[in-house]
Design a protein around this ligand. Structure first.
Ligand code: PBG
Length: 331
C-alpha cells in the first residue's frame, strides 16, 4: 500500500524553507521615529517612563537626527513640550522655531511630521479649548486654533501635519487652510482610529500633559477619543477622515487593535500607520529589562503582527533600532 506523509513541519525544517515560506516582510524604511522637543530644559533628559527615549533641546535633537540618519532613519514625528501653558493657547512659537531650525539644518534629507494638538499647551491637559463650565471640550473653537497652528508649522517647513486631538472635522479644517495657503503638498496623517486608552500613560508623563494633576471636571478623554467598545465608530471615523482629505490614517494603540487594522486594510484605500504607543512599547521594554524576553525579538514580533494585519508603516519609539534588528532577523 502506498502511503505518504502529510507534514506541515516540512515547511519549517530549515532556515531556507522558513525564508521561502515567509509572507510578511518589512524594512526600516517603513518606520517613523518620534522625537520630543522640550522648551523647559537646557540639556537632553532621559525619560524614566520610556526606556531609551529622551526629551531633547533643539540642539540635542539636531545631534540625535544626525545619528539617526546614519542608522537609516529619515522620518520623524515631532512633539513639542512647551514652557507656557494656558486655557486658550495661541503661542506656538517654540515648536515653530524647532521645525524651522531642523528644516534649515537637514533640508529634505528628513521627513518631518508635526503633532498638532493643544494638550501640551493647555493647563487642564485636554486636547482642546474647554467650555467655560469645564464640562466639555469645544469642537469648532478647537478646530479653528488647530488650523492656525497648522499654518504656522507648514510655513516653518513641516512635510506632514499629524492631528492627534480627535475633534470632529479637524482634517477638513486643516486641509482647507493648507489649500488656501498653497500648501498643496503638505500631507495629513490623521489619527483616524484613536482609542481612549490607558496605554498612553508613559507618554503623558513624558510630555507633562497628564489630566489627573489638574483636578478639572473632566478627568478623562472619553468625550472625544473613541470608545474601545465601539469598533464601528473607529471604522467610520477613519473613513470620514479619508473623505475630508487625510492622506495617511493612524490606528492607535496598535497591537491591541489589530482587528481595526485588518478591517481598515480591507475597507479604506489610503496607507495605514500603526502607532505602537508608549504603554505598549514600555511593556516590551520592562519584560526585556527583567530578562523575560529579548528586546529586539520582542519588538520585531510586535511589528510583524502589525504588518501581517495590513499596516504600511509603524510609529515606534524603537524605530532607530529597526535597520539593525531587521537585518538580523533569523527565520
Ligand atoms: C496627545 C497625544 C497622546 C499621544 C500622542 N499624542 C496622548 C493622548 O492622547 O492621551 C500618545 C502617544 C503614546 O502614548 O505613545 N494628543
Amino acid at each position: 500500500m502506498t502511503s505518504y506523509t502529510h507534514l506541515r513541519r516540512r515547511l519549517r525544517t530549515s532556515p531556507q524553507m522558513r525564508e521561502l515560506s515567509a509572507a510578511v516582510s518589512f524594512s526600516h524604511k517603513d518606520f517613523i521615529q518620534p522625537l520630543f522637543i522640550d522648551e523647559t530644559i537646557h540639556e537632553r533628559e532621559a525619560m524614566p517612563s520610556l526606556t531609551g527615549v529622551n526629551r531633547d533641546t533643539i540642539d540635542s535633537a539636531c545631534r540625535q537626527i544626525e545619528q539617526d540618519l546614519k542608522n537609516g532613519v529619515t522620518k520623524f514625528l515631532l512633539f513639542p513640550v512647551p514652557q507656557n501653558k494656558s486655557d486658550d493657547p495661541s503661542d506656538f512659537s517654540f515648536f515653530v522655531k524647532a521645525l524651522r531650525t531642523l528644516r534649515t539644518r537637514f533640508g529634505h534629507s528628513i521627513w518631518m511630521a508635526a503633532d498638532v494638538c493643544l494638550c501640551a499647551y493647555t493647563l487642564h491637559g485636554h486636547c482642546g479649548i474647554m467650555h467655560a463650565n469645564g464640562g466639555h471640550v469645544l469642537n469648532a473653537e478647537t478646530n479653528e486654533r488647530l488650523a492656525a497652528y497648522t499654518l504656522q508649522l507648514s510655513q516653518a517647513g513641516a512635510d506632514c501635519i499629524a492631528p492627534s486631538d480627535v475633534m470632529d472635522g479637524r482634517v477638513k479644517a486643516i486641509r482647507l487652510i493648507l489649500d488656501e495657503n498653497q500648501f498643496h503638498t503638505v500631507s495629513i496623517m490623521s489619527y483616524g482610529a484613536k482609542f481612549q486608552s490607558s496605554f498612553y500613560g508613559p507618554f503623558r508623563q513624558a510630555g507633562r500633559c497628564s489630566l489627573e494633576q489638574h483636578h478639572g471636571q473632566l478627568l478623562d478623554r472619553k468625550t472625544y477619543q473613541i470608545s474601545l467598545f465601539n469598533p464601528a465608530d473607529a471604522v467610520a471615523s477613519a473613513k470620514r477622515d479619508v473623505d475630508e482629505g487625510a492622506d495617511l490614517i493612524i490606528v492607535k494603540p496598535a497591537s491591541l487593535y489589530q482587528d481595526i487594522i485588518y478591517r481598515l486594510h480591507r475597507e479604506i484605500h489610503q496607507p495605514l500607520v500603526a502607532y505602537h504607543v508608549s504603554g505598549e512599547y514600555q511593556g516590551v521594554e520592562l519584560l526585556a529589562r527583567e530578562g523575560l524576553l529579548a528586546r529586539d525579538k520582542g519588538h520585531i514580533e510586535v511589528w510583524t503582527g502589525l504588518f501581517r494585519s495590513g499596516v504600511h508603516a509603524v510609529i515606534s519609539y524603537a524605530s532607530r533600532e529597526a535597520k539593525n534588528w531587521i537585518d538580523k532577523i533569523e527565520y
